[in-house]
Design a protein around this ligand. Sequence first.
Ligand code: ADP
Length: 215
Amino acid sequence: MLKAEGIHKSYNGLNVLKGIDLSIKESEVVSIVGSSGAGKSTLLHILGTLDKPDKGGVYFGDKEVSSLSQKRLSQFRNEQIGFIFQFHNLFPEFTAIENVCIPAYIRGVKGAEKRATELLKILGLLDRKDHKPSELSGGEQQRVSVARALINDPSIVFADEPSGNLDSQSADDLHNLFFDLRNKMGQTFVIVTHNMELAGMADRKLEIKDGIITS
Ligand code: ADP
C-alpha cells in the first residue's frame, strides 16, 4: 500500500534521515520507535505527505506523491490519509460531531453527519457528540480526533504519539481501539510512539537509529 525508498532529510546540515526504506501493507499496524530526536516525526510527516524528503520517494500504490501538484496533493491527503496527533488539535468552538465532520466538509461529500454519528457510536461517544472539546476528558477528546481521522475512510492513518498526553487507562483504551478498528474495519495504522506496550502490540515495530531503520 505504502512504500518509501531511500528517504533522506536534513535540517541546517543535520542529517536526520539517511536512507529510509520501508513498506506498509494494507491492514497492518506498524509502530515506529526511537530515542527523542531520532527523526520519527520527520519520517511520519514525510510518509504522510506533510513534508518532502530531500532525496527518495514515497509511493502510494504505484503513485509517487512528490509528482503531484500542491492542489492534487492536498486533495489526495484529504481523501486517503488520516492524522492523529499527540495534542488532538480539535477546534474549541465546535462540538465533537462538527469537529469530526470538518474533513468531510472540506471534501464536499454529502452525509457527513450520518457517518460521523456512526463513528462516534463505534468509539463510544454518541452521548458526547454535542459537547465542545473543553467539556470532554483527554481520552474522549483523543477519540474524537480518531473519528475525525476516519471520517473520509482513509487508506492509512498516521498517529504521532497519540497517547503521549493521556493517563494510562485512557492510553490503554486508545491502543485497544486502534487494534479493534484494524480487526473490524481493516484500517491500516502507522504509529510513532514512546509507549513500549503499544509498540510491542503492533504487527511490526520499526526502530530508527542514526538516521536509518535498524530493526
Ligand atoms: P523525534 O520525533 O524522533 O523526536 P524529530 O523528527 O522531531 O525527532 O526531529 C529530529 C531532528 O530534526 C531533531 O534534532 C530536530 O530538532 C530536527 N528538526 C525536526 N524538524 C525540524 C525543523 N522543521 N527545522 C529544524 N530542525 C528540525
